[in-house]
Design a protein around this ligand. Structure first.
Ligand SMILES: N[C@@H](CCC(=O)N[C@@H](CS)C(=O)NCC(=O)O)C(=O)O
Length: 213
């Protein structure tokens, strides 16, 4: 298998799942900041110009949720979807769906307003709307967390996704100390050797995923 990823992007979720599964794979870097996802070569892999993409025996799977469910069915390991517990699996997919379709999109409003309008004068409104939506989503995330994993009793892709968002929250200037349960979750996640291996491959430090001192 080949995982196409960009450092710190949502492809980190699939990256952690592959490490948790001890799956045979190589990681192929596609740096978004360099536009590597828009080259003709990568567009043949994912015409939507997005990471992650997972190549399996020459066939491509795109969309994090599809990749994670594939890895869950094939390896049954932590870090993806806990298929051995149907209600937990439903909760996990529910969170992944909300993250991908709603929380992630609010970040896109902040980082990529051009995706929502051609009217450059409207960009500040779109960006402000993204920040406001994220404040609401972040409060909801903090409220749904306890002292364990996001899906009770299972380390899943929902946790890795929340780890990724925690760093993004810092990057857009949020004070992440306002979310102590989420910060504690991030701390527990980066302590996992599998996560540390994925971060090392992506040239990221665990500290970037923790609450700034
Ligand atoms: N719905 C896709 C979204 C993937 C996505 O938006 N990935 C981002 C990185 S986090 C990306 O490739 N962005 C490229 C761009 O915005 O141009 C999924 O869940 O896999």
């Amino acid at each position: 298998m080949i995982l196409y990823y960009s450092p710190g992007a949502c492809s980190l979720v699939a990256h952690v799942a592959l490490e948790e599964a001890a799956a045979p794979y190589t990681a192929e870097r596609v740096v978004l900041a360099e536009g590597a996802h828009r080259t003709p070569q990568y567009l043949r892999i994912n015409p939507h110009a997005r990471v992650p993409a997972l190549e399996v025996d020459g066939r491509i799977i795109t969309e994090n949720i599809a990749i994670l469910n594939y890895l869950a069915q094939r390896f049954g390991a932590a870090g993806s979807v806990p298929l051995d517990d149907p209600l937990a699996a439903a909760r996990c997919n529910e969170l992944l769906g909300w993250f991908a379709s709603t929380v992630h999109i609010a970040f896109a409003q902040v980082w990529r307003p051009e995706r929502f309008t051609a009217d450059t004068d409207a960009y500040p409104t779109i960006v402000d709307g993204g920040h406001e939506a994220l404040r609401g989503h972040f409060a909801e995330i903090e409220g749904l967390l306890g002292t364990g994993w996001a899906v009770d009793g299972h380390f899943t892709a929902a946790d890795s996704y929340l780890l990724t968002f925690f760093r993004w929250g810092r990057r857009i200037g949020n004070d992440m100390s306002a979310y102590p349960r989420w910060a504690a979750l991030a701390q527990r996640i980066v302590e996992r050797p599998t996560v540390q291996r994925a971060l090392a491959t992506e040239d990221l430090t665990p500290e970037a995923f923790l609450q700034a001192a």
